[in-house]
Design a protein. Sequence first.
Length: 103
Amino acid sequence: MLDTTPLTAAVDRFADHLRAAPQSRLQRGAAAEALALARELSVRAQHIEAPGTEPREMPDAGMFAVADQITVAGRDLAVALSEPAQLAEAIALVEEAQKRAGV
């Protein structure tokens, strides 16, 4: 079984920073960046769990919910992953999104 602790740690770190961020930072793009990440992680998990089916898009639940959305999507993907390369790619996605979000 693949140890996905680095992915869940990266997701938790980003989510914690989002929760601590001021509303103005969320409005200036951090929330949009986090939602885009949550959607991407969700799609990746769905492709692994149900290949060949059309993935469902994670809804926009508002800027104050994005931290929870990336946590859920990240953990779903962590459970689905089986390849080290997929894990490394997912960690890189989270880290890059956090940098772009500025939190």
